[in-house]
Design a protein around this ligand. Structure first.
Ligand code: AKG
Ligand code: FE2
Length: 225
Protein backbone atom coordinates (compact mmCIF):
# COMPACT_ATOMS: atom_id res chain seq x y z
CA UNK A 1 0.00 0.00 0.00
CA UNK A 2 1.51 3.33 -1.08
CA UNK A 3 0.36 6.09 1.22
CA UNK A 4 1.12 8.70 -1.47
CA UNK A 5 -1.74 7.28 -3.60
CA UNK A 6 -4.13 8.42 -0.87
CA UNK A 7 -2.90 11.96 -0.38
CA UNK A 8 -5.81 14.41 -0.06
CA UNK A 9 -5.73 17.85 -1.70
CA UNK A 10 -5.96 19.78 1.55
CA UNK A 11 -3.49 21.66 3.73
CA UNK A 12 -0.65 19.29 4.68
CA UNK A 13 -1.04 16.52 5.48
CA UNK A 14 -4.05 14.25 5.07
CA UNK A 15 -4.27 10.70 3.70
CA UNK A 16 -7.63 9.04 3.18
CA UNK A 17 -7.84 5.29 2.55
CA UNK A 18 -11.35 4.04 1.73
CA UNK A 19 -12.22 0.44 2.62
CA UNK A 20 -9.21 0.10 4.90
CA UNK A 21 -11.08 -2.63 6.80
CA UNK A 22 -13.57 -5.24 5.56
CA UNK A 23 -17.27 -5.49 6.44
CA UNK A 24 -16.41 -8.44 8.68
CA UNK A 25 -13.69 -6.53 10.51
CA UNK A 26 -16.05 -3.60 10.98
CA UNK A 27 -18.68 -5.92 12.45
CA UNK A 28 -16.14 -7.47 14.83
CA UNK A 29 -14.94 -4.07 16.05
CA UNK A 30 -18.51 -2.94 16.76
CA UNK A 31 -19.24 -6.20 18.62
CA UNK A 32 -16.11 -5.92 20.77
CA UNK A 33 -16.72 -2.27 21.59
CA UNK A 34 -20.35 -2.93 22.49
CA UNK A 35 -19.55 -5.93 24.65
CA UNK A 36 -16.98 -4.08 26.79
CA UNK A 37 -18.03 -3.97 30.44
CA UNK A 38 -19.88 -0.82 31.49
CA UNK A 39 -16.97 0.61 33.58
CA UNK A 40 -14.78 0.59 30.46
CA UNK A 41 -16.93 3.43 29.11
CA UNK A 42 -16.35 7.06 30.03
CA UNK A 43 -19.62 8.90 29.58
CA UNK A 44 -19.26 12.50 28.41
CA UNK A 45 -22.20 14.83 28.01
CA UNK A 46 -22.49 14.28 24.24
CA UNK A 47 -20.73 10.99 23.52
CA UNK A 48 -19.00 8.10 25.25
CA UNK A 49 -15.48 6.75 24.91
CA UNK A 50 -13.13 3.92 25.82
CA UNK A 51 -9.37 4.19 26.35
CA UNK A 52 -7.24 1.21 25.34
CA UNK A 53 -3.50 1.02 25.99
CA UNK A 54 -3.65 3.27 29.05
CA UNK A 55 -4.72 6.79 29.97
CA UNK A 56 -2.36 9.39 28.42
CA UNK A 57 -0.89 11.65 31.10
CA UNK A 58 1.73 14.47 31.00
CA UNK A 59 3.93 12.43 33.34
CA UNK A 60 3.73 9.41 31.06
CA UNK A 61 1.12 6.80 30.29
CA UNK A 62 1.05 3.64 32.32
CA UNK A 63 1.07 1.34 29.34
CA UNK A 64 -1.41 -1.52 29.21
CA UNK A 65 -1.31 -4.29 26.64
CA UNK A 66 -3.76 -3.79 23.80
CA UNK A 67 -6.24 -6.66 23.42
CA UNK A 68 -5.78 -9.01 20.48
CA UNK A 69 -8.85 -7.70 18.63
CA UNK A 70 -7.29 -4.22 18.51
CA UNK A 71 -3.73 -5.38 17.79
CA UNK A 72 -4.95 -6.61 14.39
CA UNK A 73 -5.62 -2.99 13.45
CA UNK A 74 -2.75 -1.26 15.25
CA UNK A 75 -0.39 -3.72 13.48
CA UNK A 76 -1.99 -2.95 10.11
CA UNK A 77 -1.67 0.79 10.71
CA UNK A 78 1.88 0.30 12.07
CA UNK A 79 2.87 -1.14 8.68
CA UNK A 80 2.15 2.23 7.05
CA UNK A 81 5.32 3.56 8.69
CA UNK A 82 3.83 6.53 10.48
CA UNK A 83 4.73 7.65 14.05
CA UNK A 84 8.43 8.12 13.35
CA UNK A 85 9.03 4.42 12.98
CA UNK A 86 7.29 3.57 16.29
CA UNK A 87 4.26 1.32 16.66
CA UNK A 88 0.90 2.74 17.71
CA UNK A 89 0.26 1.92 21.38
CA UNK A 90 -3.00 3.68 22.14
CA UNK A 91 -6.56 3.44 20.84
CA UNK A 92 -9.33 5.85 21.77
CA UNK A 93 -12.79 4.56 20.94
CA UNK A 94 -15.47 7.20 20.46
CA UNK A 95 -19.15 6.40 20.01
CA UNK A 96 -21.42 8.97 18.37
CA UNK A 97 -25.16 8.54 18.07
CA UNK A 98 -26.95 10.54 15.36
CA UNK A 99 -26.95 14.16 16.52
CA UNK A 100 -23.74 13.75 18.54
CA UNK A 101 -20.34 15.14 17.58
CA UNK A 102 -17.18 16.60 19.01
CA UNK A 103 -16.39 20.29 19.55
CA UNK A 104 -13.52 21.73 17.50
CA UNK A 105 -10.34 21.02 19.45
CA UNK A 106 -6.64 20.20 19.28
CA UNK A 107 -5.53 16.80 20.52
CA UNK A 108 -2.69 18.25 22.55
CA UNK A 109 0.94 17.34 23.20
CA UNK A 110 0.65 13.89 24.78
CA UNK A 111 0.69 12.09 21.44
CA UNK A 112 3.19 11.74 18.63
CA UNK A 113 1.80 14.33 16.16
CA UNK A 114 0.15 11.87 13.79
CA UNK A 115 -3.38 10.60 14.24
CA UNK A 116 -5.09 7.77 12.39
CA UNK A 117 -8.81 7.04 12.66
CA UNK A 118 -10.88 4.08 11.51
CA UNK A 119 -14.62 4.80 11.13
CA UNK A 120 -17.15 2.03 11.80
CA UNK A 121 -20.92 1.83 11.45
CA UNK A 122 -21.55 5.26 9.97
CA UNK A 123 -19.86 8.10 8.14
CA UNK A 124 -18.92 11.44 9.69
CA UNK A 125 -17.85 14.78 8.31
CA UNK A 126 -14.70 16.01 10.00
CA UNK A 127 -14.26 19.80 9.81
CA UNK A 128 -11.02 21.73 10.24
CA UNK A 129 -10.82 25.28 11.58
CA UNK A 130 -8.24 28.02 11.93
CA UNK A 131 -7.60 28.49 15.60
CA UNK A 132 -8.99 31.64 17.19
CA UNK A 133 -8.11 33.11 20.63
CA UNK A 134 -8.84 29.95 22.54
CA UNK A 135 -8.56 26.38 21.30
CA UNK A 136 -12.33 26.02 21.15
CA UNK A 137 -14.68 27.49 18.56
CA UNK A 138 -18.38 28.02 18.92
CA UNK A 139 -20.04 25.68 16.38
CA UNK A 140 -22.52 28.29 15.14
CA UNK A 141 -19.96 30.93 14.20
CA UNK A 142 -17.41 28.39 13.01
CA UNK A 143 -18.24 28.39 9.30
CA UNK A 144 -16.00 31.37 8.47
CA UNK A 145 -13.07 29.70 10.18
CA UNK A 146 -13.40 26.38 8.33
CA UNK A 147 -10.41 25.48 6.16
CA UNK A 148 -11.42 21.99 5.02
CA UNK A 149 -13.92 19.18 5.46
CA UNK A 150 -13.45 15.45 5.00
CA UNK A 151 -16.16 12.86 4.44
CA UNK A 152 -15.07 9.87 6.52
CA UNK A 153 -16.88 6.83 5.15
CA UNK A 154 -17.43 3.69 7.20
CA UNK A 155 -14.45 1.32 7.08
CA UNK A 156 -12.09 4.10 5.98
CA UNK A 157 -8.83 5.21 7.56
CA UNK A 158 -7.87 8.86 7.77
CA UNK A 159 -4.35 9.99 8.66
CA UNK A 160 -3.67 13.53 9.88
CA UNK A 161 -0.19 14.98 10.26
CA UNK A 162 1.62 18.32 10.29
CA UNK A 163 -0.64 21.40 10.16
CA UNK A 164 -3.80 19.34 9.88
CA UNK A 165 -2.93 17.83 13.24
CA UNK A 166 -1.12 20.56 15.16
CA UNK A 167 -2.21 23.73 13.34
CA UNK A 168 -5.95 23.44 12.80
CA UNK A 169 -8.73 22.43 15.15
CA UNK A 170 -10.91 19.49 14.16
CA UNK A 171 -14.50 18.74 15.05
CA UNK A 172 -17.70 16.95 14.06
CA UNK A 173 -21.00 18.85 14.01
CA UNK A 174 -23.86 17.68 16.22
CA UNK A 175 -26.31 16.92 13.42
CA UNK A 176 -28.40 13.90 12.39
CA UNK A 177 -27.49 14.08 8.72
CA UNK A 178 -24.79 15.63 6.57
CA UNK A 179 -25.35 17.30 3.20
CA UNK A 180 -22.60 16.67 0.66
CA UNK A 181 -21.77 20.00 -0.99
CA UNK A 182 -18.90 19.02 -3.27
CA UNK A 183 -16.29 20.88 -1.26
CA UNK A 184 -15.24 17.86 0.81
CA UNK A 185 -11.51 17.62 0.12
CA UNK A 186 -11.38 13.82 -0.19
CA UNK A 187 -14.48 13.21 -2.37
CA UNK A 188 -12.41 11.89 -5.29
CA UNK A 189 -10.80 9.29 -3.03
CA UNK A 190 -14.11 8.13 -1.51
CA UNK A 191 -15.31 4.63 -2.34
CA UNK A 192 -18.89 5.89 -2.83
CA UNK A 193 -20.05 8.47 -5.35
CA UNK A 194 -22.05 11.33 -3.88
CA UNK A 195 -24.09 13.84 -5.82
CA UNK A 196 -23.80 17.39 -4.62
CA UNK A 197 -26.73 17.96 -2.27
CA UNK A 198 -26.94 14.29 -1.25
CA UNK A 199 -28.22 13.90 2.28
CA UNK A 200 -26.34 11.29 4.31
CA UNK A 201 -28.29 10.04 7.29
CA UNK A 202 -26.07 9.28 10.28
CA UNK A 203 -26.41 6.09 12.30
CA UNK A 204 -24.32 5.09 15.32
CA UNK A 205 -20.63 5.60 14.54
CA UNK A 206 -17.74 4.02 16.40
CA UNK A 207 -14.34 5.48 15.63
CA UNK A 208 -10.97 4.04 16.59
CA UNK A 209 -8.39 6.77 16.98
CA UNK A 210 -5.04 5.02 16.85
CA UNK A 211 -1.93 6.88 18.01
CA UNK A 212 1.51 6.59 19.52
CA UNK A 213 2.03 7.90 23.05
CA UNK A 214 5.80 8.43 23.42
CA UNK A 215 6.03 8.82 27.20
CA UNK A 216 5.10 5.53 28.74
CA UNK A 217 6.03 3.75 31.93
CA UNK A 218 5.30 0.18 32.90
CA UNK A 219 3.13 -0.36 35.93
CA UNK A 220 5.45 -1.45 38.74
CA UNK A 221 3.78 -2.78 41.85
CA UNK A 222 5.96 -2.33 44.93
CA UNK A 223 5.35 -5.02 47.45
CA UNK A 224 5.90 -3.66 50.94
CA UNK A 225 7.40 -5.75 53.74
O1 AKG B 1 -14.17 10.40 15.99
C1 AKG B 1 -13.36 11.01 15.30
O2 AKG B 1 -13.21 10.79 14.09
C2 AKG B 1 -12.50 12.08 15.91
C3 AKG B 1 -12.20 11.88 17.35
C4 AKG B 1 -11.31 12.95 17.92
O3 AKG B 1 -11.03 13.94 17.32
C5 AKG B 1 -10.73 12.78 19.27
O4 AKG B 1 -11.12 11.87 20.00
O5 AKG B 1 -9.85 13.60 19.64
FE1 FE2 C 1 -9.35 14.95 18.20
Amino acid sequence: MHLEDYLVKAPPTVYYIPDFITLDEEKRIIEHVNSAPKPKWTQLSHRRLQNWGGIPHPKGMIAEKLPEWLLVFTDKIGKLGLFGGKQPNHVLVNEYLPGQGIMPHLDGPLFYPTVTTISCGSHAVLNFYVPCQSDRVDMQSADDLRVASLLLERRSLVVLEDDMYVGYLHGIAEVENDIVNGSEANLELCSGRYASGAELQRTARISLTVRHVPRTTKLCIQVGR
